[in-house]
Design a protein around this ligand. Sequence first.
Ligand SMILES: Cc1ncc(COP(=O)(O)O)c(C=O)c1O
Length: 409
Amino acid sequence: MAKATLDLHFVRQQFPAFSEPSLKGQAFFENAGGSYMCQNVIDRFSAIYHQRKLQPYYAFKASAELGAEMDLAHQRMARYLNVDIDEVMFGPSTSQNTYVLAQALKERLKPGDGIIISGQEHEANTGVWRRLEAAGMRIIIWEVDPSSGQLDLNDLEGLIDDKIKMVAMTHCSNLVADINPVRKVADMAHAAGAILLVDGVSYCPHGFPDLDALGADIYLFSSYKTYGPHQGVMVIRKSARYLLAPQAHYFNHDVPSKWMVPAGPDHAQIAAANGMMDYFDALDAHHGGGDDAMRPRRVEALFHAAEQENLKVMLDYLGQRNDIRLLGPSDATRRAPTVSFVSSRLASQDIAKQLASHGIMVGGGDFYAVRLLETMGVNANDGAVRLSFVHYTSRDEINAALKALDQVL
Ligand SMILES: Cc1ncc(COP(=O)(O)O)c(C=O)c1O
């Protein structure tokens, strides 16, 4: 069967931002900060806020319906990620979720137990673990290569011992965007009796992974970057439970959706998360569909093919400039379309400002990956320029960004 090509017209019709007059003439390249929201999610919110903005799970109709919609979001998210429904939780954000997980670990780890943290992390997946040092944990940093920003498995090999209880790493950095070999790290961690926690925030906008195949014991991402509500999705596999003390009210310790989420649930956001899967399902059906179990893989393949073509164009352009330093690999197949660079002449903040005046919406700064920037010898106060895009980005927008870069640089 011939591979389907992404129907960009169809895709962009699902995002009201593309027909919003106030955004007209501007190309959006700050997707790694937060994506546009798809119409299906907005529709869900609208229906919830109009018809059932109340406490869920009671016997009256509107309440029961909201509860059922929340349960459905758990069920569909679990199916998309290929995990069990009782392994999926929604929390306020990924930073909040790692914060809670750190409290949970603290209760179970003993002084001298070790945690390995990659040097490629957003602060959300490093600061909370580092703070456990005060409780006697050994914190070991798996450093990146300062020139490429990449991690080397051989370095990790030398750090793991039988006192290591957890390895924390990103699936894909929000700055260097290198896609890390999670399966291999999972195997190494498991062989040493440790669990693997993976920050999937920068990976998931490009397709939800098969978590069972990936092997991570804990996997986190933020659905406001995957076209959905401002929530953190947290998957805790059964294999990680023994290391985590429940953090909810005592009577919720055995409730799968609550035991690691002390915050009261944002019912509307959880229920509206269905809209992401509504969108993915509609996209898949529009492109021919097929076996239900393979739907996430088809959606991921559609995203990937569309993104890779645009990514090659952008990396080719940046590759022929000798006044910029690209952060991360120049090979499109090794990275996500989150493209950061620094200029040898101009401040990143100025470049970002000037690009904005050309209608190119980009970010300039440290993107909360301060430690990584510092290791790479980049002035974190000025930071980098980041052009991040996703499947809905058009070639016209890529060309507009390159034209503006030509003028600004
Ligand atoms: C790679 C990465 N990890 C973690 C986070 C934190 O996510 P949240 O904003 O949901 O706390 C971000 C946010 O930008 C991120 O880019």
